[in-house]
Design a protein around this ligand. Structure first.
Ligand SMILES: CCCCCCC/C=C/C(=O)SCCNC(=O)CCNC(=O)[C@H](O)C(C)(C)COP(=O)(O)OP(=O)(O)OC[C@H]1O[C@@H](n2cnc3c(N)ncnc32)[C@H](O)[C@@H]1OP(=O)(O)O
Length: 719
């Protein structure tokens, strides 16, 4: 709702009240309509200020209302009524003015912002466009190129940038409402015509067609199939080329298509899923709201390879003191140089001073004696990690949290090697650790809730999407990746090419298909793991039996390439060829195609035609099926956890909402039917065997994704 007061005798002050972000719910919109009407009809009121309670102007339309029948006064006439008012209306912007919140402010005649405020039109990230006049007013106010940039990226700008762009009229370091009231008094009685943005033409722009063509091309490339960014460009084009009323009509038409789209549902689901994962819970019953994190002021990183360096940077950038330990002097010096460079570049990008002094380098593990938390990032070898953990247990002060950065090793086994297993958790970072958003916080059966809470809070401070997951081989992300990659290998055996598989996945929206990704990360990584698992054998045997290992179908294709020294980009050869080692442009490799032909001949395989649909079904449904196993095993608390992991760490297209949301959209019965179909064709592939949770959900009528949690709980209690 909105509260009305008269201040300084002749200023009507309207305060939006809808915690936590003053979203424009039906009640708030009604409140604004009523209070504006009251202010305008009060002869004692000469001007009006609109602000938000608790230091935040407005977080935009209430996203929760989008899925329901919207009631209450619509935004557009409400904003028009403000713009056409005959008394000056000033927006006092503290905290955030986002989406509908900024659109409301653009309807006001003046905008005063606090220096710490952030403004933006992030609707595109929810699968929408600024459809309360924002796509038409912003270009008129700041020009087409700047408006295109803000609207198509959804980025938030600082108050300083907003002032420079002309979005706000004044920035204050002091009380924003007081500044806005003073300003409102100073402009009372002035002509408002020049302040009504909808009446302005868009600032002239040379070569408008060329500009829109260039932007549209760029947006199509980066959108990876998302429709909202394209609609945003079309809406701004309408602002630049049509009178305001027609532009508004175009904005309405474009929004009507987006509003009910599956992509908008997926993106809005992601918004809430990212917040839901912060409310973590463990099978023991421990939860985010009953577990208090320990304060972490000083942290240490052990092992300064690629991961350790990235983790050090991520920690230092959050303002922590970091002890960075590497036992070999040469490596330590190299790491110091690399870390300093990363910190300097990061600081330059963010316009702050680099936190170089925040990192102390040492060759001696004793240097970590007084830290609050250690992240071990040594080579992925259980014996080495165990040794480091034993050393840490002896050196660190009591209560220090011991975290291991591992992508696959058993966190519980490591914990059991320390005297205080409750202080041990996994922190699975993704390379480069200072850039990638995802962090899996892995708890073992003995990790204390406080340890999990501390790691989760630290992840949040580092700006990560932190997801608490149980301990199992590959945790959540890599465990689901395994069947996905294996299906891609099987498809090659059956007649597909790396190009075909990658094209299908990239058209689906992944930034890279599975083979281009494998070339980038290095084929030797999986080879080492498969060797460790005893799966790799000399490649001379032929026939079906040579492709059954440990009782299940196995494709040795990746091993055979590694035996040839084809490790991907770093060697210049992999599933593709590259101009030189380290080069990034993947080219068709005729050798690889002859190799595949010879391999099929050797094993009596006859290549058949495989289409994109089969690639997607086999790779994605195998991955999704593993997700259902993970939910059933209690490794992830809910589908949102899995989806956030895939969207933030594995390139799953956000506009498809994550694998479990996608399964929900496709229909669980359809996913089950296709898995059963492929399982019949490939009975020697266990990961195509539909999970019992999927079967049970389908049997109970395929509840919508937000009800899976209840269904899983109920089903577990019946077991
Ligand atoms: C045909 C219909 C025509 C309609 C035209 C509509 C045109 C306008 C469209 C829009 O305005 S869409 C919304 C645009 N706004 C946003 O995208 C902003 C989203 N919010 C944020 O970015 C952040 O929440 C924040 C405002 C920067 C605050 O960040 P902070 O880290 O402080 O808090 P959070 O944890 O993110 O949020 C707290 C709490 O509030 C919920 N919430 C936030 N914004 C909204 C919102 N716009 N609507 C509903 N709820 C919102 C958020 O979900 C959190 O709650 P929980 O999920 O934790 O319960």
């Amino acid at each position: 709702m909105a509260e009305y007061n008269r201040v300084s005798e002749c200023v009507g002050l309207i305060t939006l009240r809808n915690p936590p972000v003053n979203a424009l719910s039906a009640a708030v919109r009604q409140g604004i309509v009523d209070t504006v009407q009251r202010a305008l009809s009060d002869p004692n009121v000469k001007s009006v200020v609109i602000c938000g309670q608790n230091g935040i102007f407005c977080g935009g339309a209430d996203i929760k209302e989008f899925g329901s029948n919207m009631t209450g006064p619509p935004l557009i006439p409400m904003i028009h009524a403000i713009e056409s008012a005959n008394k000056p209306v000033v927006a006092a912007i503290e905290g955030s003015a986002l989406g509908g919140g900024l659109e409301l402010a653009l309807g006001c005649h003046y905008r005063i912002a606090h220096s710490k405020a952030r403004l933006g039109l992030p609707e595109v990230s929810l699968g929408l466009l600024p459809a309360a006049g924002g796509s038409q007013r912003l270009p008129r106010l700041i020009g087409v190129p700047a408006a295109l940039n803000l609207i198509t990226t959804g980025r938030h700008v600082t108050a300083a940038e907003a002032l420079q762009l002309g979005i706000v009229d004044q920035v204050t370091d002091h009380n924003t409402v007081a500044a806005a009231v003073k300003f409102a008094l100073s402009v009372a009685g002035r002509s408002l015509d020049p302040r009504r943005i909808s009446t302005h033409p868009c600032p002239q722009q040379p070569d408008l067609d060329a500009l829109f063509e260039e932007v549209m091309q760029k947006v199509r490339q980066s959108a990876r199939g998302a429709i909202a960014p394209i609609a945003c460009v079309q809406a701004v084009r309408a602002a630049a080329t049509l009178p305001y009323a027609q532009g508004m009509e175009r904005e309405r038409e474009l929004m009507a298509t987006l509003f009910t789209s599956g992509q908008a549902r997926a993106l809005q689901y992601c918004f809430f899923a990212e917040r839901a994962v912060g409310r973590w819970r463990m099978p023991s019953g421990a939860r985010w709201d009953t577990s208090k994190p320990r304060p972490v002021h000083k942290a240490a990183v052990i092992g300064l390879g690629t991961m350790g360096r990235g983790i050090t940077v991520a920690l230092a950038q959050t303002g922590l003191s970091v002890i960075a330990v590497e036992t070999q002097e040469k490596q330590l010096m190299e790491a110091k140089q690399a870390i300093s460079g990363m910190l300097e570049r990061g600081a330059k990008r963010r316009g702050v001073a680099p936190a170089l002094d925040g990192v102390i380098y040492s060759q001696n593990i004793q240097a970590v004696a007084d830290v609050d938390l250690v992240i071990e990032a040594v080579f992925e070898d259980i014996a080495l990690k165990t040794k480091v953990f034993q050393q840490l247990s002896a050196v660190c002060k009591p209560g220090t949290l011991l975290c291991t950065n591992t992508s696959a090793l058993d966190v519980d086994q490591l914990a059991s090697e320390t005297p205080n297993p409750e202080l041990v958790v996994g922190m699975h970072f993704f390379a480069p650790a200072h850039v990638m958003k995802l962090l899996e916080v892995v708890y073992g059966p003995r990790s204390s809730p406080q340890a999990v809470a501390t790691a989760m809070q630290l992840g949040k401070k580092m700006g990560k999407a932190s997801v608490a997951v149980g301990n199992c081989r590959g945790f959540v992300g890599n465990r689901m990746l395994k069947p996905y990659i294996e299906e891609a290998f099987f498809l090659l055996e059956e007649g597909a090419t790396p190009e075909l598989v990658d094209q299908a996945l990239e058209e689906f929206g992944f930034p890279m298909g599975v083979f281009r990704m494998s070339d980038l990360s290095g084929l030797d990584v999986g080879w080492r793991v498969r060797k460790g698992d005893g799966l790799v054998e000399p490649g001379t045997a032929s026939g079906r039996s040579a492709r059954i290992r440990q009782g299940r179908r196995y494709s040795p294709l990746g091993d055979l390439l590694c035996e040839e020294g084809h490790f991907g980009q770093k060697t210049g050869r992999g599933w593709y060829q590259y101009d030189k080692p380290g080069s990034r442009v993947a080219r068709f490799d005729p050798w690889l195609h002859s190799f595949l032909g010879a391999y099929r001949a050797q094993h009596g395989l006859v290549a058949r035609r495989i289409d994109h649909q089969e690639v997607l079904e086999r790779c994605l449904y195998a991955l999704i099926n593993e997700g259902f196993h993970i939910l059933d095993d209690g490794i992830a608390a809910g589908p949102e956890d899995i989806d956030v992991i895939y969207v933030s760490g594995y390139g799953w297209p956000r506009h498809r909402g994550g694998p479990m949301f996608y399964a929900n959209m496709v229909g669980l019965a359809k996913v089950l039917e296709r898995l059963e179909h492929y399982q019949q064709l490939h009975p020697e592939v266990p990961h195509l065997q539909p999970s019992s949770l999927l079967r049970r959900l389908v049997a109970s009528g395929s509840p919508p994704i937000h009800k899976w949690g209840e269904a899983i709980k109920k089903l577990h209690s019946q077991l």
